[in-house]
Design a protein around this ligand. Structure first.
Ligand SMILES: [Zn+2]
Ligand SMILES: [Zn+2]
Length: 182
C-alpha cells in the first residue's frame, strides 16, 4: 500500500499520506486537502551528534552527545569533564526519525491515526484507504452471501481473524458502511 488516509495532525480532518515504499523517503509526504497542510517525511529526520573519544590533553574518556539536530552536526565543542580542556571535535551523526504519538493504528510513515478505524466488539477494525475499505467490504459481503470470493487479494487474505469470522460479518458490513460516509 502506498496511500494512507489519516487524521491531519493540524486540523484532524482527512489527510493523504503517500510513500514510495523505499529506503529513499524524500518523496514521502502528507497532504491535507482540508487545511492545505503539507509535511515531508524527511522533515522528521533528526541527528544525534556523538563524541566518544579520549581527551587529547589528559587521555581520559569523553562521552558527549547532543540529540535532536535537524541537520548533521559538523563540529562540536566539548570541554573535557576531567581536565576542563575545551576542544572542537567532529562528531558521529546518528540518524533517527520522529513519529507522532498515536494510541491506535497508524500509517507507516508518520504513525498518524488511520482515518478508517473503529472498534468492533473490542477489536480494532481499520483500513488504509477507501480502496482498501471497499476491498474488505466486498470480501466480507461475498462471504456473507456464502459464495466464494473470486477476486480478493493477498492483502485481504491477511485480514485479522475477527473480520473473517462468520458471526461478525453483518456487524462488520454495517461498520464499514458507516466509515464510508465518514
Ligand atoms: Zn489539515
Ligand atoms: Zn581531559
Amino acid at each position: 500500500m502506498r496511500e494512507f488516509l489519516v487524521h491531519c495532525p493540524k486540523c484532524k480532518g482527512p489527510a493523504q499520506v503517500t510513500t514510495d515504499l523505499s529506503y529513499d523517503t524524500s518523496n514521502d509526504q502528507l497532504v491535507c486537502q482540508n487545511c492545505n497542510h503539507i509535511k515531508k517525511a524527511d522533515e522528521l529526520i533528526r541527528y544525534n551528534a556523538i563524541i566518544k573519544r579520549a581527551c587529547d590533553n589528559c587521555g581520559n574518556a569523553i562521552n558527549a552527545n547532543v540529540p535532536n539536530n535537524k541537520e548533521k552536526v559538523k563540529l562540536f565543542k566539548v570541554s573535557c569533564p576531567h581536565c576542563g580542556q575545551v576542544r572542537t571535535y567532529k562528531p558521529i551523526n546518528q540518524e533517527y526519525r520522529l513519529y507522532y504519538k498515536n494510541e491506535g493504528i497508524g500509517d507507516p510513515v508518520f504513525n498518524l491515526p488511520l482515518w478508517f478505524q473503529v472498534d468492533i466488539r473490542g477489536n480494532v477494525f481499520w483500513a488504509y484507504n477507501r480502496v482498501h475499505l471497499n476491498e474488505i467490504r466486498s470480501y466480507v459481503a461475498a462471504k456473507l452471501r456464502e459464495r466464494q470470493a473470486t477476486t480478493h487479494t493477498t492483502m485481504v487474505e491477511k485480514l485479522p481473524n475477527f473480520i473473517k469470522l462468520a458471526k461478525n460479518r453483518a456487524i462488520i458490513i454495517s461498520a464499514i458502511d458507516r466509515l464510508m460516509k465518514k
